[in-house]
Design a protein around this ligand. Structure first.
Ligand code: 16G
Ligand code: ZN
Length: 538
């Protein structure tokens, strides 16, 4: 095996990255695609080790750079239950990726095996998929070479969304246990979603509220949503797909998609909406979604991840109470520092639910949500899901409803636990979830928006000499800076001058920059505050 690895990796020499090392970060490895073949090769090796370590369970590899520009790509590993790779292994991923030459890689690989106490002959299996980026093909080649050299069985699922790959990993590994997660195929994923949706959607809504428009960022969401629609009768779900030009790679995420809409706070290119039309945007690998619409006079209104979190928490909380499970099942919401302060207040004061804060990054939110009976987590950028714990699912299975009202609520609750992707945020699943909730509440986007008013806010990206010098206080969920020591006290003085002012600074995990987020009661205060804070930071 080691000799085979040594030979195979020679076809994928390490690119010249200058002084910079590769690093496995929040989103795996992500950079310009031409720097990646050698990295993807090493990720294949690590996945093979991971599978051996996890008793031969299937490990997933997703090749995508999500909302990044078309020339980028990336790669990340999915653990057996469909969650992000365990954090302790990120170090090994980085170690292998930075091997200088073939012999160095072989040696690091052998050392990994020893240090992680992996039995070489253990069974191993990997499945993988990629988004629509043209560079994906070459990366798959590097991946297959690594899997073959390491004697790893694999299945190539071709082009798929990130959440579909997570689903496939989970479904493969639960096969054989008494509670099957779903059929092990992309078709099975559609079937599962469609069945749950058909059980819960209120039929009148599709006619009454008009279609939902879906901007697919010219990425993988477009073909996959088209497939999903084949499983959903049009009288129950009417979606109109926009930005589906996957044959024009440079249009991927370009002036469209969830990230663009959220950060620019404006409609995507090819927007043709009339006032109050219901629009959504997915990102390049379809794990994020935001809603929006225009009021009369083209006033843009965004319904971001915070809004989906509040909508879902409100509705699911109501179902738990109505089904008679209120005493047994508690709901918790997980947010990051980027959540608008008004959303947090609404969850705590109006919905009377607990909010927990974690650092940015899906793995942090996911773990915190998994500790709740039912955990709702969303990042403001539109990535999120709702996790039903073993405990909650058991209570839902066992419960004997005492009335028709209880039975109806329970049936809906059970269907939602199948509709919602339990492994990771999923734009397609979230889309169906929001549509179901709106249909039950008989709400248009207008009523949804009116639940609370967002505080005016702004997010800046500033370039600094060394972003790694910016370190937040442990346990503060990135709300306060510890280093450089001079900055936070000066920021506190500035922020205190503004009504409902809040501001924090953190180093980006995906770009070479520092991000500054600010919010306050008045938009001009936000501008003023961020201006002063920026001066302190740079
Ligand atoms: C990654 C994270 C996303 C986070 C973003 C923050 C995953 C799968 N994705 O895209 O959750 O919001 O990074 O980026 O964890 P930043 O550190 O550059 O602000
Ligand atoms: Zn994404």
């Amino acid at each position: 095996e080691f000799e085979a690895v040594l030979e195979a990796c020679k076809q994928f020499p390490r690119a010249d990255t200058g002084k910079k090392d590769y690093g496995y970060g929040t989103a795996g490895f992500r950079m310009r695609a031409d720097l990646l073949p050698s990295v993807v090769f090493t990720v294949g090796l690590l996945a093979s080790l991971r599978s051996r370590k996890c008793n031969g369970n299937v490990i997933g590899i997703m090749i995508t750079a999500s909302h990044n520009p078309a020339e980028d790509n990336g790669v990340k590993i999915v653990d057996p239950e469909g969650e992000m790779m365990s954090e302790e292994w990120e170090w090994y991923a980085t170690w292998l990726a930075n091997a200088r030459d073939p012999e160095g890689l072989r040696n690091s690989y052998m050392q990994c095996m020893n240090q992680l106490r992996i039995l070489r002959e253990s069974p191993r299996k990997v499945i993988f998929a990629r988004d629509t980026r043209p560079s994906g093909e070459a990366l798959v080649k590097a991946l297959k070479a690594a899997l073959e050299a390491s004697g790893t069985e694999y299945i190539d699922y071709g082009i798929a969304t990130t959440p579909q790959l997570h689903y496939l990993v989970r479904a493969t590994n639960t096969l054989g246990s008494d509670r099957e997660y779903g059929e092990v195929s992309i078709e099975g994923y559609y079937k599962k979603l469609a069945a749950a949706f058909m059980n819960t959607m209120h039929i009148e809504y599709a006619n009454q509220a008009g279609p939902v428009y879906v901007d697919c960022a010219n990425g993988v969401g477009a073909p996959q949503l088209k497939e999903l629609l084949k499983h959903l009768p049009e009288d129950k779900f009417k979606a109109i797909i926009v930005n589906d030009k996957i044959d024009q790679p440079d249009r991927l995420n370009n002036r469209c998609g969830a990230d663009w809409v959220k950060t620019q706070q404006r409609v995507p290119e090819d927007f043709t909406g009339k006032a109050w039309d219901r629009w959504t945007s997915l990102d390049g690998d379809a794990d994020r979604i935001v809603y929006y619409f225009c009021e009369e006079g083209s006033v843009f209104r965004l319904l971001d991840g915070d809004r989906i979190a509040t909508l879902a928490a409100d509705y699911i909380g109501e179902l738990v109470t109505k089904s008679g499970l209120g005493e047994q099942i508690k709901l918790g919401v997980v947010q990051t520092a980027y959540a608008n302060g008004a959303s947090t207040k609404y969850i705590e004061k109006t919905l009377k639910l607990k909010v927990e804060f974690t650092p940015t990054g899906v793995k942090h939110l996911h773990h915190a949500a998994a500790r709740q009976d039912i955990g709702v987590y969303f990042e403001a950028n539109g990535h999120g899901t709702v996790l039903f714990s073993e405990r909650a699912q058991k209570a839902m299975r066992k419960h004997q409803p005492q009335s028709t009202a209880q039975l109806n609520a329970l049936t809906t609750l059970r269907a939602l636990s199948n509709l919602i992707n339990q492994t990771v945020g999923d734009a397609l699943s979230d889309l169906l979830l929001v549509e179901v909730i709106l249909s039950h509440k008989q709400w248009t986007v207008k009523e949804w928006l009116s639940t609370y008013s967002d505080l005016p806010n702004k997010l800046l990206k500033v370039n600094v000499m060394d972003r790694n010098k910016f370190i937040t206080v442990p346990g503060s969920a990135e709300r306060r800076l510890e280093r450089p020591p001079a900055i936070q006290p000066r920021m506190d003085e500035i922020i205190a001058k503004y009504r409902e002012g809040r501001c924090f600074v953190r180093a980006s995990g995906t770009e070479d920059a520092v991000r500054i987020y600010g919010e306050a009661a008045e938009a001009y205060d936000v501008e003023d505050m961020l201006g002063h804070v920026t001066e302190v930071v740079i």
